[in-house]
Structure formats: C-alpha cells, structure tokens
Design a protein around this ligand. Structure first.
Ligand SMILES: Nc1ncnc2c1ncn2[C@@H]1O[C@H](COP(=O)(O)OP(=O)(O)OP(=O)(O)O)[C@@H](O)[C@H]1O
Ligand SMILES: [Mg+2]
Length: 169
C-alpha cells in the first residue's frame, strides 16, 4: 500500500461520525514525519525500548500514513520492534489481544496525548499491556507444552486392549 497522496482521511467517532482527529495531509509532510518517527525509534537510545515502542506507536498512528490498515500495521510493528530490540527472540508477543480487548481505552489515551499531551496514561496503558500479555503468553506456552506431553504419553500407552476389543467390529 502506498503512503497517502490525497487529502480526505479523518478519524471519526464510531457512534456519531463526528471527526475526532485529522492526520497530516500531503506526501512531503507525511514523508518528513515518517523520517522523524524512524529516526526516533532507531536513534533515541537513552530511553527504554518499551517507552520507545509506545511513543513510536502513538507517532505512527497519529501520522496515519495509509488510507486504511494503519492500526494493523502499527500493531505488527510493535512486535517486530520488540524483536529488533532483543526483548523477544521471536515476534510472538500478541499485544494486539490486549489492545483489541481494551479498545475504548486505547482510543481514549491516543487522543489524550494529542489533545492534552497526556503521555503518562498512554505509556502506562501500553506498558501494562506488555506485562499482561507476557504473563498470558507464558501461561499459554506452558499449557501447550503440558498438552503436548500429555498427548505423547497418551500415544505411547499400550493399545493392545483396544485392538483386542475392536477385533470384532
Ligand atoms: N485519536 C487517534 N489518533 C491517532 N490514531 C488513532 C486515533 N484513534 C484511533 N487511531 C488509530 O487508527 C487506527 C484505525 O485506523 P485504520 O482504519 O487505518 O486501521 P485498521 O488497521 O484498518 O483498523 P483497526 O485498527 O480497527 O484494525 C486504530 O487502530 C488506531 O491505531
Ligand atoms: Mg480500517
């Protein structure tokens, strides 16, 4: 998908269609803001990676470079960024689960930064999401492993009795 070239993209309230945020317009301006975003993510090394991910996600969504798909792209970028920063070995932290489950807060805190420079709520929201998702994912991995082992045990059990019983079928 190409970066937006024409005006007309705006974020509206889903219930009454009121425009709540209009992202920047014009290819040159979008390219300049994307360059700034990229520079921030790579160069602002004095800040913790989680803070950079949260700020970078806000920046990306607010620049809103595409006509559609900005949310999905931004969420994929979060996992890829944590992998690049060596906080994950694989992009398996499904942070989107938390964002989708807490969507009203997500929208509210994004807008809070734009309207009131309310960074604290936004940062806390996303970092809390990382913590919750990390615990959830760890439990999920443990459950998958347990199921895997149970299945192996089950398959290894002698099945002579079963064969004998089904002989007449
Ligand atoms: N006030 C806001 N300021 C900046 N970005 C916002 C604001 N409200 C919502 N967004 C972002 O815009 C995204 C929706 O934009 P878009 O429709 O382009 O993405 P999508 O991937 O198609 O949708 P979705 O995120 O619902 O899957 C939201 O997911 C959110 O990241
Ligand atoms: Mg959309």
């Amino acid at each position: 998908m190409q970066v937006r070239r024409v005006p007309g993209t705006a974020l509206a309230n889903q219930t009454n269609s009121d425009i709540i945020y209009t992202p920047p317009v014009g290819l040159a301006l979008l390219r300049q803001k994307l360059a700034n975003w990229e520079f921030y993510l790579h160069e602002q090394q004095d800040l913790d990676s989680l803070i950079r991910m949260a700020v970078g996600h806000y920046q990306f969504e607010t620049i809103h470079p595409f006509t559609n798909g900005n949310g999905r792209t931004g969420r994929v970028l979060n996992s890829l960024y944590l992998t690049q920063e060596n906080l994950l070995t694989l992009p398996i932290l499904y942070l989107s689960r938390y964002i989708i489950n807490n969507k009203a807060d997500y929208y509210r805190f994004l807008l809070g930064v734009t309207r009131y420079r309310d960074w604290e709520y936004w940062l806390y929201y996303l970092i809390q999401g990382v913590a919750e998702t990390a615990l959830w994912t760890t439990a999920k991995i443990a459950a998958i492993r347990a199921l895997h082992n149970m299945t192996i045990d089950h398959v290894k059990k002698p099945r002579l009795k079963f064969i004998a019983e089904s002989w007449w079928i």
